[in-house]
Design a protein around this ligand. Structure first.
Ligand SMILES: CC(C)(COP(=O)(O)OP(=O)(O)OC[C@H]1O[C@@H](n2cnc3c(N)ncnc32)[C@H](O)[C@@H]1OP(=O)(O)O)[C@@H](O)C(=O)NCCC(=O)NCCS
Length: 154
């Protein structure tokens, strides 16, 4: 199993996987159009032809990118798939010359495994809130913000 860039043919399965967890309030929902429009952000892991994991790296600004929509199918969890996806996102951020990667999540302990550190959400640059205005939970965000410094941690 290896991490690859997503293809258009992966979108339906990514949408199903992300929204399976979103329905359980474990992550934010994504519409099909959001996934299509940002398809170049996504990485996937497939087991044979079945999609078992996805994650996205979205560039926010000159020095900042966000890891979003990290999801691994329940029957494929705890096998290193999530770790492979985070590694791929961080490697791409490094290649792009991004210095800070952040995420907003309900699973801070997972990201701490990869040396992300918790920060006050208000410390994140204002630019990151553009998407939050569209979130059904705005302004009562209950996700935890974490950041990773590539220069120091890479
Ligand atoms: C969180 C999630 C992506 C983890 O994926 P995974 O493939 O099971 O993770 P891995 O097997 O690669 O685990 C890597 C490490 O993180 C740990 N880990 C996995 N899930 C964790 C969690 N929820 N909290 C803390 N640590 C976790 C593993 O034990 C492993 O640690 P180790 O290296 O010491 O053995 C997966 O459980 C998931 O998709 N959950 C539902 C959606 C979600 O909550 N996404 C979170 C981000 S928005």
């Amino acid at each position: 199993m290896k991490v690859e860039k997503a293809r258009i043919s992966d979108v339906a399965e990514m949408h199903k996987l992300i929204n399976y967890f979103a329905d359980k309030d474990e992550m934010l929902a994504r519409s099909l159009s959001e996934i299509y429009e940002n398809i170049r952000d996504y990485f996937v892991v497939r087991d044979d032809e079945r999609l078992i994991g996805c994650a996205a790296l979205h560039v926010s600004w000159s020095d900042l990118a966000e890891i979003k929509s990290v999801a691994v199918a329940e029957d494929s969890q705890q096998q290193g798939v999530g770790a492979q996806l985070i590694d791929a996102c961080l490697a791409e951020a490094k290649e792009l010359g991004i210095s800070i990667v952040f995420c907003l999540t309900y699973q801070p302990a997972f990201f701490e495994k990869f040396s992300f550190s918790q920060v006050d959400k208000m410390e994140l640059p204002r630019k990151v809130w553009t998407e939050c205005y569209r979130c059904p939970k705005f302004p009562d965000c209950d996700e935890v913000a974490l950041i990773y410094h590539l220069e120091a941690g890479a």
